[in-house]
Design a protein around this ligand. Structure first.
Ligand code: FAD
Ligand code: UDP
Length: 367
């Protein structure tokens, strides 16, 4: 018997497991995948810690979150500065003076503001109600059309006019020559990969991999006093109220022997709708100074989630948020002792720092 069964060995499940172990609880962690670490899983390929499920850069303004992860890994000083490729033209991301200069030839913040203001005025938007209107208000129509529209519609599979405005607010808009993608005081990547970090978090816990809770439910429930579930909340209830929507991703990995530097940057965003993938990652650039005789690339494709696919992004629109509310209500009525946590359990677009702070909070509340 264990005090707790944690379903999911991703960051959320592993942080909760670590916290509970620290309070003297016994913990069994199960994951249906054949490895730990969930979506932050990294695998050593040709001497490079490859981000198997897409680019993951730890970034935060929370000193508590930064100090927390640094207990389990040595972080490098990687700063994310992706570039956008639109029909062969290269632009700097996020939206900064470098981008405005390339787009319009403007050189000062004042000129850039004037250009954006005039494009915003021409569009007649006063109170942005969706992602398209929000984007045009923030950076003008030219940038919206070249750097946002195609990329966003590939990522979410919906017109920008039907997406919530908050998604684009994740990106900084800067009137300075600073192309750090994140507004974060602390930023980096574990030099030995995220998997090693999660491995340390899970020390002292029993872990069972390739084990789907939903198909081994009665046996697993019998092993523990309480369940913490970090999988999809709708899957827990057999989708009885209907499916929540997600976006899934497909990753095409390519090892290039004998090539040491293929694209010159860790992340290239393909912002033209005609390029089928969204991003190409060249993993070795996540580790500045790393010397290897090959390189590994990953092309990332986005698609609508269907049952059986991996759910990567919750689609937090009105319909889904309200359905998730119904599932939460069902959880309170049917299984008040089960804790639903993490990106899938709470159906929230959590970055790693938010996921880990929430996990620490949950562990403190329940133990
Ligand atoms: P997950 O990592 O999804 O873990 C859930 C685990 O539960 C999975 O391993 C799954 O297999 C398991 N599971 C589910 N159902 C069952 C079941 N029935 N039985 C057993 N196991 C089950 N955040 C950042 O801060 N910086 C970034 O740069 C960044 N980039 C990202 C890029 C991509 C492409 C994606 C998708 C996300 C990115 N994130 C980033 C967010 C980050 O991945 C999440 O914050 C973090 O992984 C959340 O961890 P989690 O444990 O909640 O979820
Ligand atoms: N985005 C964009 N063009 C880009 C990069 C991002 O339009 O080149 C938009 C897109 O709508 C995306 C949002 O900004 O959904 C947030 O991007 P972020 O990189 O934060 O998304 P992530 O993949 O990290 O969840």
């Amino acid at each position: 018997m264990y005090d707790y069964l944690i379903v999911g060995a991703g960051l959320t499940g592993s942080v909760i497991a670590h916290e509970l172990r620290g309070r003297g609880k016994s913990v069994l962690v199960v994951d249906k995948r054949k490895h730990i670490a969930g979506n932050i899983f990294t695998e050593n390929i040709s001497g490079i810690h490859v981000h198997v499920y897409g680019a993951h850069i730890f970034h935060t303004n929370s000193k508590a979150a930064w100090d927390y992860v640094n207990q389990f890994a040595d972080f490098n000083r990687f700063t994310n500065s992706p570039i956008a490729n639109y029909k062969g033209e290269i632009y700097s991301l996020p939206f900064s003076m470098y981008t405005f200069n390339k787009m319009w030839g403007v050189k000062t913040p004042e000129e850039a503001r004037a250009k954006i203001e005039s494009q915003k005025r021409e569009s007649g938007i006063t109170n942005p109600a969706n992602l398209e209107e929000q984007a045009i208000s923030l950076v003008g129509r030219d940038i919206y059309e070249r750097l946002i529209k195609g990329y966003t519609e590939k990522q979410w599979g919906r017109p920008c006019s039907e997406l919530p405005a908050f998604i684009i607010k994740r990106l900084p808009v800067r009137y300075t020559y600073d192309n750090n993608y994140f507004n974060a005081l602390y930023q980096g990547i574990p030099v030995s990969g995220f998997t090693e970090m999660v491995n340390r978090l899970l020390e002292g816990c029993d872990v069972r991999l390739s084990c789907d809770y939903l198909t081994n439910r009665s046996e697993l429930d019998g092993l523990a006093g309480k369940v913490i579930f970090t999988g999809q909340i709708d899957s827990y209830f057999g989708y009885s109220l209907g499916h929540l929507e997600y976006r899934t991703l497909r990753f095409e990995h390519e090892v290039m022997k004998g090539i040491t530097n293929f694209q010159g940057n860790a992340v290239i965003n393909w912002t033209d709708i005609d390029v089928p993938y969204m991003r190409t990652i060249e993993h070795k650039h996540f580790y500045p100074g790393l010397e290897t005789d090959s390189t590994v690339l990953t092309h990332e494709y986005s698609a609508e989630w269907r049952p059986g696919d991996e759910p990567y992004y919750p689609v937090n629109n009105e319909r889904n948020n309200s359905l998730c509310g119904e599932y939460r209500k069902l959880a309170r009525e049917k299984c008040p002792d089960v804790i639903f946590a993490g990106r899938l359990g709470e159906y929230k677009y959590y970055d790693m720092d938010a996921a880990l702070l929430r996990a620490v909070e949950i562990a403190a509340q329940i133990s």
